[in-house]
Design a protein around this ligand. Structure first.
Ligand SMILES: NC(=O)c1ccc[n+]([C@@H]2O[C@H](COP(=O)([O-])OP(=O)(O)OC[C@H]3O[C@@H](n4cnc5c(N)ncnc54)[C@H](OP(=O)(O)O)[C@@H]3O)[C@@H](O)[C@H]2O)c1
Length: 239
């Protein structure tokens, strides 16, 4: 498979290593310096694009690739408001888009555990839920995309929670997400239900970027040649 990498930073380099190990060719590596090479002619030589850049760049990059009719795997977080338009563009151009706030297999299993725990906790007024996430200091968005996904899953299940908020709160309708930036944390997320009697806490700790990179390459293998909007659940066969 011919892969075009957009974003050749920490994640782009980790993805390249896994892609080559899995027998793929990385035929284009785009960063800010050679952004002009991202044009339809070059893009059409790729079977799939993998985009990991920054929140203010992802929307334009993804739309240009979808306009060229190339399937896109995108892991850039912090641009959730642009996702509906990107999904529409993928459908209009008869191609495929898979965005995930977290590509690691472990986190996608953790998402399912989070949903199940939240559904069991609905109506248990004696417990107060809160979340914590820790990442490295270069991370641009806060809270992390993974934390937002986890928070949305909790809010979908708990009738008394309406929104999430970064930092502490006394508003019972808000789910607080406590964020910390400490090097070299690749990503730690926890969801805690606290009562006067006990705590229930689930936690996922990434040890390195390999899990995200492997998941992104698995996602690229999955969507190459497909049309439509996909999630990591589709790649991993989680129902
Ligand atoms: N979904 C997941 O599983 C997952 C996991 C880890 C990280 N992430 C997210 O992935 C993104 C990238 O993370 P990272 O750690 O790789 O960041 P990084 O090391 O800062 O790398 C970002 C790369 O994007 C390039 N870039 C910036 N603007 C660009 C543009 N307009 N067009 C093309 N390339 C551009 C930068 O190029 P220059 O160096 O030339 O400026 C750099 O190579 C972040 O949003 C992060 O939160 C997601």
């Amino acid at each position: 498979m011919n892969i075009a990498l957009i974003g050749y930073g920490k994640m782009g380099k980790a993805i390249e290593e896994i892609a080559i190990q899995r027998g793929h060719q990385v035929m284009m590596r785009i960063g800010t310096a050679n952004r002009h090479e991202l044009n339809p002619g070059n893009l059409r030589r790729a079977d799939v694009v993998i985009e990991f850049t920054r929140p203010d760049a992802a929307r334009q990059n993804v739309l240009e690739c979808l306009d060229a009719g190339i399937p896109v795997v995108c892991g850039t977080t912090g641009w959730n408001d642009g996702l509906p338009a990107a999904k529409m563009k993928a459908v209009e151009n008869d191609t495929a888009l898979l965005w995930a706030s977290n590509f690691s297999v472990g986190v996608n299993i953790f998402f399912e555990v989070n949903k199940l725990l939240a559904s069991l906790m609905n109506g248990r007024q004696e417990y107060e839920v809160s979340m914590e996430e820790i990442h490295h200091t270069q991370k641009k968005d806060s809270p992390s995309g993974t934390a937002i996904s986890l928070a949305e899953q909790v809010i979908d299940s708990l009738d008394n929670k309406k929104h999430w908020i970064e930092g502490p709160t006394t508003n019972p309708e808000l789910l607080p997400i406590h964020t910390q930036r400490i090097d070299p944390y690749p990503g730690t997320h926890s969801v805690k239900y606290h009562s006067a009697i006990d705590d229930i806490e689930i936690i996922h700790t990434a040890h390195n970027r390999k899990g995200f990179a492997t998941g992104a390459v698995l996602a690229a293998e999955f969507i190459a040649g497909k049309k439509g909007i996909f999630e990591m659940k589709d790649v991993l066969g989680i129902r």
